[in-house]
Design a protein around this ligand. Sequence first.
Ligand SMILES: [Zn+2]
Length: 122
Amino acid sequence: MVSFKARNTPDLAHLDQRLRHDLSEAKQLISHFEAVHDISTGILPRLCLDDAPEDLVIKSLDLAIITLRRVFLYCYYCGVKASCDEDMNRKCGVIHWRRAKDPAKKINEAGRSFHNRAYMSY
Ligand SMILES: [Zn+2]
């Protein structure tokens, strides 16, 4: 049986200043894990700068967090390092929802759906 366990991020995680801080931290973590494992994900040059418009920061942060989770089995929000996908699902769940600042704002289809669902859970 497959269970779907989701967690909510802290309430402050959707604020502009926090998004930029989290993006910066996530980039540093990716760089660290790439060095430790001697690999290149190729994702760092694709992430926006910390002072980019908020929509780009949100997209980049989501991409960075997914990279940390899928490639390095590390959950940014929990600080959990897992040994495999099942271990990650057991320790953390399958996703973290981040509350949308403006649920009607279009980011992209996946983002809009993600953010609307996150907003509705509050
Ligand atoms: Zn987590």
